[in-house]
Design a protein around this ligand. Sequence first.
Ligand code: FAD
Ligand code: UQ1
Length: 423
Amino acid sequence: HHSCKILVVGGGTAGCTMAAKFSNKFKGSKDTVVIVEPSERHYYQPMFTLIGGGVKTLESSYKSMEKVLPKDAQWIKDRVVKFEPESNTVTVANGDSIQYEYLIVALGLQLYWNKIPGLSEALEDPKVPVCSIYGPETVGKVFRTIENTKSGSAYFTFPNSPVKCPGAPQKIVYLAEEYWHNKRKLQDIHVTYNTALPVIFGVKKYADALWKVCQSRNISVNLQTNLIEIRTSKNEAVFQNLQNPDELNTVKYSMLHVTPPMGPPELLKNHSALTNEAGFLSVDPQTLRHDKYSNIFGLGDCTNTPNSKTMAAIAAQSKVVYEHLSADLSGKVSKETYNGYASCPLVTGYGKCILAEFDYKLQPTETFPINQAKEYFAMYLLKKYFFPYLYWNWMLKGHWNGPAIFRKYLNCFSRKEVAPISK
Ligand code: FAD
Ligand code: UQ1
């Protein structure tokens, strides 16, 4: 039986960042901050896109969990199996219970591979040209599959569910297309992006730019088209027209890149007092405090807030949770609010990137004094070199709250409309 002041559940992006912020605050007292996290490895998931494109290695995407979790926090290497918010207790798999004063829930999203019949078997079979950048255990097959594709129809999917980094399913389309272009294979390969969404991207400014990218490169885009089955032995994929659900369309693929359905972790779905109907943790979208239990906060991919589920969002959210929880501890009230900021570096090729930044209202909230809907080499360099550095060295150590503080100053140099900074 343990007890602590602040219990952090999940040691991924959001959990590790929060644990670092509070360990920095309470230096040296090991039972103040406790983290429960079962994994041996901590992955920088944005790297998976570039691994799929053959630009980076899997080894460059992770570090051992022990090295990244803050030294001044206690790590319990186990998984939570039960929440008892009425008695401020959680239970872990080995049966131990942990009592807390404050709980931070950062469980991320779960990938539901099994929701698509045929998918898991197809991914595991090295001879089948079906792959996915979404899992650490699946991403290694992606670039090999792209290299081995010499003709036929290549399909890329976006599922009918919330997705982390909703730009990633199409970034891999652009990398694969450019790879085949450079290898002079494109006359024999037709590239199609089938998305369950009614739009190519949620923010109009960037959607307009992405439509132009697809048109100029002959990439077919089908909206409201949802993958529901894979028939591995025949290289067939079945898509459903979401506007007319009776209409099924079977296609033959020479390559299939799947973004799997995602949702809240099973564990949260079993605790309806903590979640909304879909199973996401119910928090106030401005303060990230739980709707019902005032000593619980949540951030990252597991919450019901309607921002785009990205690391960039977590950077901004982490400051808000930190300020509110710290204010509680000292009997004060914080006015800090989260405006839904999220960012998505939309890699459109080897050396090109549209850096989308926006808020809850889906208004562009750009950091740099240029039109970020354009493709830039500099943004690609940020994605490839700077963001990973920022992540491991600043964010996971509790020192990165997103680019909001730069936005105001950098935009002094432009005449661009700037959305107000949440303060
Ligand atoms: P995670 O980091 O997924 O962490 C959840 C943690 O909870 C895990 O460590 C897990 O082991 C742990 N856990 C699960 N169950 C339990 C349990 N029962 N008990 C205890 N712990 C548990 N974001 C960007 O900003 N820019 C990008 O370019 C970008 N690209 C991406 C590309 C891809 C292919 C992917 C997959 C993601 C990308 N993202 C990007 C999104 C980003 O990686 C996520 O939004 C972010 O990592 C989510 O952080 P999190 O802490 O909420 O969840
Ligand atoms: C960001 O802050 C961040 O978190 C570390 C990312 O995750 C990898 C991002 O992809 C982006 C784009 C940001 C936003 C940062 C700037 C400088 C625009």
